[in-house]
Design a protein around this ligand. Structure first.
Ligand SMILES: *Cc1c(COP(=O)(O)O)cnc(C)c1O
Length: 235
């Protein structure tokens, strides 16, 4: 097995984020790096946290629940598809849910947040490319969710998230990222109750620099920091 150097990888990712931020007229501090730790053990997460990682992302609620007590203080993000019956596992643990794509899910987050007496920040996940996938809503459906958010007390919409299709064609992904940025700006100008367009979460190991150039201010980077994932251990 190849030993991954989290320190070296992180340094490289940091440099690339800074350079991409600069190319888009911003600074490193304007971009939040969410280090994606799914499938990786708490020890690796703690190593990254000691190296300065402040935000970590998990795609499964059960993994948040199971690893939570073994990990140093850090901001947890839920970035993967969330079923309503799993909201209870993460409601008092994560700072931001990136993957909200239905009114039903918003309702359940509202219910659990009220129960725990807290406010929950969420992003609306948009399937901007229109490719077949189980998560994310179309651009046209976003407005319904934003309007619905106005009725909620504990759910706070803080921005948008997208996952670009896996492709070698960085030109088409740039187009998708540009479309997301446009949607983000349009929503900002329209002013919906209880909606604040603060975060534009897009960009992963293969495309985070492009995403930043297109306006992302939150990137979710896993394998470029922690190496390839081994899913064989996964339940
Ligand atoms: C796994 C995952 C990432 C990170 O993917 P890498 O290609 O390893 O950087 C980002 N976002 C989501 C939603 C993920 O599930």
């Amino acid at each position: 097995m190849i030993k991954v150097s989290i320190a070296e990888n992180l340094e490289d990712v940091e440099k690339r984020i800074s350079a991409a931020a600069k190319r888009s007229g911003r600074k490193r501090e304007d971009i939040t790096l969410v280090a994606v730790t799914k499938t990786h053990p708490a020890e690796m997460m703690n190593e990254a946290i000691k190296l300065g990682v402040t935000d970590i992302g998990e795609n499964k609620p059960q993994e948040v629940r199971d690893k939570y007590d073994s990990v140093l203080p850090v901001k947890w993000h839920l970035i993967g598809h969330l079923q309503t019956n799993k909201v209870k596992y993460v409601i008092d643990k994560v700072c931001l849910i990136h993957s909200v794509d239905s009114i039903k899910l918003m309702d359940e987050i509202e219910r659990q947040a009220e129960k725990h007496n807290l406010d929950m920040d969420i992003l609306i996940q948009v399937n901007i490319s229109g490719e077949e996938t189980k998560s994310g809503i179309s651009k046209e459906e976003v407005e319904d969710l934003l309007k619905y958010a106005g009725k909620l007390k504990h759910v706070k919409v803080k921005g948008l998230m997208t996952i670009a299709p896996k492709t070698d064609n960085s030109v088409t992904n740039r187009l998708h990222f540009d479309n997301m940025r446009q949607l983000f700006v349009d929503i900002k100008q329209k002013k919906y109750d209880n909606v604040n367009m603060v975060y534009l979460s897009m960009g992963m190991s293969g495309d985070f620099e492009t995403a930043i150039e297109c306006g992302a201010n939150m990137v979710r980077v896993g394998s470029a920091i922690f190496g390839a994932r081994d899913y064989s251990q996964n339940k």
